[in-house]
Design a protein around this ligand. Structure first.
Ligand SMILES: O=C(O)CCC(=O)c1ccccc1C(=O)O
Ligand SMILES: [Mg+2]
Length: 353
């Protein structure tokens, strides 16, 4: 796929490199129905409108209580660049491609006007579960984090039981924290759930657990952090694929991957601000088949967001354009500089040929 430039010469698409294609990473493809691709914006273009924000959170999640993100605007709206701070540039660059797609192309055509979401419960004490779920009106599916370092299986069992008392469907996410043996024991102890997401770190281990238990297996990191997201299917390692817009390089890349994967998909946030959430919801709204609740309610984690957050009503959210406010919780000058430099390096990686 080439990306047209104002000079008429072809440039590399920001939505995937030829190297990515060899690895099977989905790339943006120009379909007859799609609008013509805009020219690749320069890093200066992106930084001109950029705001670096530091959003305070109610509960610690993934070890952080403040979520940093860089947002920028383009002709189609706002885009987000917010790879987790510990990610290397090689991994972070697809997050930039996703932000550019949002700001310069906007979302693909929707096929539905609402998306069912799950409540997300971090590895909190069981007594706190009800209070967290109460933030998600009408939601009947809860995702509970398990296998938190420093906690015991008994903590997981109690936390899941607390969620089960309140809603019809519980899914769990171990973020790769178990060995195959631990996963098998944990699944036996926790009991029936909709699925267990990323019980172990590798695709091979997921395949082994899947063969040993009757609970369905979902792959998250094995898709979003893998060189080849199709390996999960090739090894029959999962029943469900958890797909995230930013690590996959955009909404269209996500929709294209969903089409190729022979399994149910769930679209989930990467702790996105309202700008990134709009892209997640936009991708979910464009999927022809979407039967399960999506992890797109994490706006509830933020004390403040960059825009009016997506209201959860009757367990669903609706796709819409997001317009950030003028009074944003900005990051420090030092962190802002760090994000600007990171964006420049990732932009370089995306456009280098
Ligand atoms: O899927 C959800 O319910 C919310 C999103 C979520 O859990 C998440 C958010 C940021 C980083 C990783 C993850 C994850 O699914 O592991
Ligand atoms: Mg996960």
């Amino acid at each position: 796929m080439v990306f047209s430039s104002p000079t008429g010469r072809n440039k590399q698409s920001p939505f995937g490199t030829s190297d990515d294609r060899k690895k099977g990473v989905p790339t943006f493809r120009l379909q007859p129905k799609n609008p013509p691709p805009p020219s690749m914006p320069s890093a200066d273009d992106l930084l001109e409108s950029a705001k670096v924000v530091a959003l305070p959170m109610h509960t610690r999640f993934r070890g952080v209580k403040v979520r940093e993100a860089l947002i920028f605007s383009g002709p189609a709206g706002w885009g987000e660049f917010a790879p987790f701070v510990e990610y290397e540039d090689a991994e972070a660059k697809t997050w930039l491609a996703a932000g550019i797609e949002a700001a310069y192309l906007g979302p693909p055509a929707p096929v539905r006007d609402s998306v069912r979401v799950n409540a997300t419960v971090p590895a909190v004490p069981a007594e706190e579960v009800a209070g967290l779920i109460a933030r998600y009106p009408g939601v009947d599916t809860v995702k509970v984090k398990v296998a938190e370092p420093g906690q015991s299986l008994a903590d997981d069992v109690e936390r899941v039981a607390a969620a089960r008392d309140l809603v019809g469907t519980v899914r769990i996410d171990a973020n790769g924290g178990w060995s195959v043996q631990q996963a098998i024991e944990a699944v036996a102890a926790i009991g029936d759930v909709e699925y267990v997401e990323q019980p172990c770190a590798t695709v091979e281990e997921l395949a082994q657990v899947r063969r040993a238990v009757s609970v369905p297996i979902a792959a998250d990191e094995s898709i979003r952090r893998a060189g080849d997201p199709m390996r999960v299917a090739a090894l029959d390692a999962a029943d469900i694929a958890v797909l995230k817009v930013a690590p996959l390089g955009g909404m269209r890349a996500l929709v294209a991957l969903a089409e190729r994967l022979p399994m149910d998909v769930v679209v989930s946030s990467a702790l996105d601000t309202a700008v990134g959430m709009a892209a997640g919801i936009g991708a979910a709204a464009a999927l022809p088949d979407l039967d399960r609740a999506c992890g797109l309610g994490t706006g509830e984690f933020f004390v403040r967001d960059v825009a009016r957050s997506f209201r959860i009503e009757h367990g669903t959210v609706r796709p819409r354009r997001v317009e950030p406010g003028i009074d944003l919780p900005l990051a420090s000058a030092e962190r802002t500089r760090w994000w600007h430099e990171r964006l420049r390096r990732c932009h370089d990686l995306l456009t280098r040929r």
